[in-house]
Design a protein around this ligand. Structure first.
Ligand code: COA
Length: 509
């Protein structure tokens, strides 16, 4: 059986290519796909429930990509066995062209072979089912692309950050970052250098100067990272998604990304439209850690190495101390500095294919104090030593078991009950389960976004102080946060809403 077609997507070719390589997108688009994971050899393993005429079967299959020519196309080779129903094999050549800027034409040619009971159904029935599935796939892909483009419409641009930057920089220097009410309440002391916090280590003048220069560079680095598109920020319905976007290097962090994130986080903290921040990676992975390829230029000397580590710690501290709650969304590799980024978020939600590890001992790097402190708080001293001494990689289940991850999403249930026949007859689609960690994180983020920002900011400040902050908890500051929430409009709103049996509408003041 051979069939072909083409479809127009309203997105540039590079983004269409990224979607075609994104497991989350593929799971959403392949009709009946229950799960898809990536094996160590880079091949996908998928479970797909399919119905052709009277035969319904669950296919367990392997999918690999051949002749990969990014971003022009690949050949997708799939083989699935559906038990007594038979088997299916397919080769799908996918080509991407960009007929006009911002538009992609995706052409495909599928050659398929069916065996077993399915083959007895007759070629017309099989072809019509295959064509229908292909139609559903491309309709869903168009929907995914449209969603991503809509999110981009709310994307933060360098210009938008540029508007915020002078204020962010000035405020950071003065220790007053956080124009929005909850952020202002929270951040005053946190953005000050650690030596200014009660109980924090006293800094040598040289180290203090180095930290100040790292902070001062943040705005410009943020602008560069956003302009280069290696960090993307989209804000939608109160949820900001910060995406590390260098999928070709598995989202390895460049110095501009480390340096720029604090200014970006400060900007999000100031933005009253933002209630929760998600940190994710583009494509299959979260982050493979620091960009080792850059080490020869940006981390070549001892002085550069210490400035580099300061930038990494400043980045992760900025995320950890953001007054707004943060969730790391992990899939694929999360290594080295990537683990530090993830640990700096308030929660870590992962796909089953997540792999975590800190290979510092294999690169003769001492993992920094900030990252080690966070690791210790999450997993305890023995597991922290095991992770750092061994440099081994942990699968999602093991990382979850020792507390490095908070949640691993389950393999998804079928997207639509009853398959194509039921849809054809107008059956209602089943409620979509959380098929990927971003979806699950978004559900949580929505719930957090509806709660009182001052309450969350206060809880976060106190917990961070008790668990991970250099210098411990500043109890005066904690008391001030408690008092501020108690005197807030939101406190009154919470009580009124309770009495009136309605949902509260919190404003963060
Ligand atoms: N810095 C720079 N480039 C990186 C990178 C990193 N941390 N991690 C991956 N890459 C690049 C690879 O060099 C490769 O680039 P290429 O296609 O131009 O050759 C690409 O990403 C894909 O990685 P590859 O190694 O081919 O994939 P893999 O599936 O075999 O292995 C990793 C993936 C992540 C396990 C492996 O790349 C790795 O170990 N990376 C280093 C992780 C690390 O030590 N991080 C801590 C840094 S302090």
């Amino acid at each position: 059986m051979e069939m072909s077609g083409d479809v127009e997507l309203e997105t540039p070719r590079a983004r269409a290519w990224a979607s075609l390589n994104d497991t989350g997108v593929l799971v959403r688009c392949i009709p009946g796909c229950e799960s898809m994971t990536v094996d160590a050899d880079g091949r996908y393993r998928a479970t797909v429930v399919s119905r052709v005429g009277p035969i319904k079967a669950r296919f367990e299959g392997r999918v690999s990509l051949e002749d990969v020519d990014a971003p022009n196309g690949y050949t997708l080779v799939a083989e699935g066995a559906g038990g007594a129903a038979g088997f299916a094999k397919a080769r799908i050549d996918v080509r991407l062209e960009e007929p006009a800027p911002g538009r992609t034409r995706l052409g495909w040619v599928m050659r398929a072979q069916i065996g077993g009971k399915l083959a007895q159904l007759g070629s017309r029935m099989i072809e019509s089912a295959a064509r229908k599935s292909a139609g559903e796939f491309f309709d869903s892909l168009r929907a995914c692309v449209a969603e991503a483009e809509a999110a981009r419409a709310g994307a933060w641009t360098a210009e938008r950050l540029g508007v915020a930057l002078p204020a962010v920089e000035a405020a950071t220097q003065a220790g007053t970052v956080g124009g929005s009410a909850p952020a202002a309440a929270h951040s005053r002391d946190i953005t000050a250098p650690p030596s200014a916090r009660p109980g924090a280590r006293a800094l040598s003048p040289a180290l203090a100067a180095l930290r100040a220069s790292v902070r001062a560079a943040s705005g410009e680095q943020a602008r560069r990272a956003l302009e280069a598109g290696i960090v993307r920020v989209a804000v939608r319905d109160g949820i900001a998604t910060v995406t590390l976007d260098r999928p070709d290097s598995r989202n390895a962090m460049t110095l501009d990304m480390w340096g720029g994130l604090p200014a970006i986080v400060a900007g999000l903290e100031r933005d009253p439209a933002v209630r929760v921040v998600l940190l994710a990676g583009a494509g299959r992975d979260f982050c493979s850690g620091a960009d080792i390829a850059e080490f020869g230029t940006v981390r070549a000397t001892a002085a550069q190495a210490s400035a580099y580590e300061i930038a990494v710690d400043a980045c992760c501290d900025a995320i950890a101390e953001c007054a707004k709650p943060t969730i790391a969304v992990l899939r694929g590799y999360c290594l080295g500095g990537g683990v530090h980024l993830a640990m700096s978020c308030d929660l870590r939600i992962a796909a089953p294919d997540a792999v975590l590890g800190i290979p510092a001992a294999r690169l003769s790097i001492v993992y920094g104090v900030g990252g080690t402190r966070k690791l210790l708080a999450l997993v305890g001293v023995s597991q922290a030593k095991r992770i750092l001494f061994g440099g081994e990689r942990l699968g999602a289940a093991e990382a979850r078991a020792i507390g490095l991850l908070d949640e691993v999403v389950e393999a998804p249930a079928p997207r639509v009950e009853g398959g194509w026949l039921r849809r054809l007859l107008g059956g209602a689609p089943a409620a979509a389960p959380a098929v990927d960690p971003l979806e699950r994180a978004t559900v949580l983020a929505r719930a957090w976004a509806a709660n009182a920002p001052l309450s969350i900011a206060g809880a976060k400040y106190i917990l961070n102080g008790l668990a991970i902050r250099d210098g411990g908890l500043d109890e005066d500051r904690a008391e001030a946060l408690i008092e501020r929430a108690a005197g807030s409009d939101d406190y009154r709103e919470g009580r009124e809403a309770f009495a009136q049996r309605r949902a509260p509408d919190f404003q963060g003041r």
